[in-house]
Ligand binder design. Structure first.
Ligand SMILES: C[S@@+](CC[C@H](N)C(=O)[O-])C[C@H]1O[C@@H](n2cnc3c(N)ncnc32)[C@H](O)[C@@H]1O
Length: 426
């Protein structure tokens, strides 16, 4: 017990691990994705001087729903259900609340004095969480209870249909930044009021005025056919996050989500020219965030605090080198030859496991979601020169390049479950 405790203490004071990967320009290195438990990540950020530096924190943690959440991933034309994250607590609500409280204390330390924190929950625990937030941030720093209402399937004959989530907003001081947003308020019977000095507008529904936004927000969930959809369970709509970022930050401010899932906050923050930190303990979540951010042309660093002792997949890469006669150049041909999955236990049902095994037997490379090559691998950081992502089921499996002096290379391969392997070559 003693030894274990000592080891834990040492682990706590580890400096922030080196970034694994840099995407885009080296310049905007404030943007980070951290793969690992957010408690360790936040402690590391505090050790690095991020205390009081984050202008806006949004978190959408597990809701204490006592359920498992899947991501639907595609392998060729087949779909596989894969465990995205668990929301089960063997020791009940006290275990959950303890987990949350210890993390909320760290978030308070990271939050800027004039910043806001948004805690997204639902009926399962939001009332208990409110008491904890009052305790940590202070009752007088309660700013809003936002009700996000949406349409979704399912109803009950025993109670009213539960169709809203609750977002608790707290500040750290009374001097927080807040930029009121506006919304339409339709006139009664959609007719013009013609009040003196009141500007009125008309759309297809009828006449309205613009008023300061209220605390009940009607925003559609990410639908099955939505272009935003990643397949990650509990993905939140970008429009919802955009409102929160807009009301309390300016360009250049730092926003963070320590339970970032598929990366919605980092994507929206980046698009709004804010800096971002995203953290998640799930590999699929981080790789989904990497793909979304890269697709949006963002620059960022990826840190891995959760390094697996053994990668969960193995790839066979063929590299053919041919010296070009009469020059000092070499023709390189790099090809992904095969892939082996080391564990498929996170497929959530028998059918999905069967499908995964079928795909592996037919053509294992269908399991590759993306791969990238860094032709000049330095300081242990993967800075890809070329990236291939499966689109509409198709993936380029070979790349050719003429190089001068031979340098160390690094090839990163990501499977459809978010498992990653780096192949380094001297
Ligand atoms: C509700 S989902 C977030 C969804 C996200 N808002 C989105 O739009 O995709 C909650 C996430 O919290 C992550 N998570 C749970 N406990 C964590 C922990 N201790 N550290 C880091 N991430 C955690 C899960 O892996 C999951 O991806």
């Amino acid at each position: 017990m003693q030894a274990a405790r000592r080891q834990h203490k040492n682990a706590k004071s580890k400096p922030l691990i080196q970034s694994e990967e840099i995407r885009g320009k080296e310049g905007s290195l404030d943007n980070m994705l951290i793969h690992g438990d957010n408690k360790a990540a936040m402690k590391n950020l505090l050790e690095q001087g991020y205390g009081g530096k984050i202008q806006m924190i949004y978190i959408d943690p597990p809701f204490f729903s006592k359920a498992d959440y899947d991501a639907v991933v595609k392998a060729g034309d087949k779909q596989i259900r894969h465990l995205a994250y668990e929301d089960k607590w063997s020791k009940g609500m006290s275990q959950y609340l303890k987990m949350m409280a210890s993390r909320l204390y760290l978030m308070k330390e990271l939050l800027a004095d004039d910043g806001l924190i948004f805690l997204h929950l639902d009926w399962h625990v939001v009332h208990y969480a409110k008491v904890i937030m009052d305790e940590i941030f202070g009752e007088k720093h309660f700013v809003n209870e936002i009700i996000w209402q949406y349409k979704s399937g399912g109803s009950s004959k025993k109670h009213f249909s539960r169709k809203h989530d609750t977002i608790l907003v707290y500040s750290k001081s009374t001097k927080y930044k807040f930029f009121p947003l506006e919304e339409k308020s339709y006139n009664r019977q959609y007719k013009p009021y013609r009040f003196k000095g009141v500007k009125e507008y008309k759309d297809d529904l009828g006449w309205y005025t613009m008023v300061n936004m209220k605390d009940v927000w009607s925003i559609d969930m990410v639908g099955r056919t939505s272009s935003e959809r990643t397949g990650y369970a509990t993905q939140k709509p970008e429009a919802l996050i955009e409102r929160m970022i807009s009301c309390c930050t300016e360009e250049g401010d730092l926003c963070a989500d320590f339970f970032c899932g598929s990366g919605t906050l980092p994507v929206v923050a980046g698009r709004m020219n804010r800096k971002f930190i995203g953290c998640d303990e799930g590999g699929l979540a981080i790789e989904s965030s990497v793909s979304r951010l890269a697709q949006a042309g963002q620059s960022f660093r990826v840190f891995d605090m959760k390094k697996e002792p053994k990668p969960k997949l193995k790839v066979d890469v063929e590299i053919l080198e041919e010296e070009i006669y009469g020059t000092d150049k070499t023709h390189l041909r790099i090809r992904l030859k095969s892939l082996r999955e080391r564990q498929l236990h996170k497929t959530t049902d028998g059918k999905s496991l069967e499908t995964a095994l079928e795909v592996l037997e037919e053509d294992a490379l269908q399991m590759v979601h993306a791969w990238s090559i860094d032709y000049d691998y330095q300081d242990g950081i993967h800075r890809p020169d070329v990236v291939f992502v499966r689109t509409k089921g198709e993936l380029t499996l070979e790349h050719e390049r003429i190089i001068g002096e031979k340098k160390p290379m690094c090839i990163k391969v990501v499977d459809i479950f978010g498992n990653v392997v780096f192949e380094r070559m001297e």
